[in-house]
Design a protein around this ligand. Sequence first.
Ligand code: SF4
Length: 196
Amino acid sequence: MKKIKFEKNGKIFTLKAIVCENKDLIKFMNRDYFLKLCKNGCSNYNKNWSCPPNSPKFDEFSADYTNSLLVEVTSEVRDKEDYMEAYIENRSTLEALLSKMQIDFECLKTSCGTCNICKRCALLDNKNCYHPEEMRYSMEAMGMDLAKLSEEIFDHKLTWNSENKKSNICTSIGSILFNGTFLEDDFCDLARNYRF
Ligand code: SF4
């Protein structure tokens, strides 16, 4: 696993990247459990083509690829900063890197949350996705247990904001799927040299 730190808008981000075989990631998939959680607790359930129950299972989605480069970005939630602001910043940082990598290395990225390409998802108007070539699914939407994955693979326990306890660390996880060889160093070099 590679770990680097970089600065964006005066804020320090820590990035960890690791290559895994997709067959070894299937153990983190618990699609039925997360489908139920989404259905009972998420306002995006069945309101976006990228979200359950419209998202595929990770094993189906990754079937044509042997490997994933998993990337975890963490940043501190600054004093007075809203957790959601930190999340948006984290997400856009990671999405920018993965999108760049998708082009440079001809691989397929997963997203870090619900697709937000359109202001109003076509699903709400009973239409097909307007940008199927660009739209991506997140690993959690494909049934992956990211809390377990983060703890086992990145040695990092995810924390969330709750009414009783504020989290001062914001974490986002994304990935790219690829075949053949690919080095964690390639990603770290790209991240180091990326101009946000
Ligand atoms: S690209 Fe637009 S229509 Fe397609 S999933 Fe994303 S928000 Fe919905």
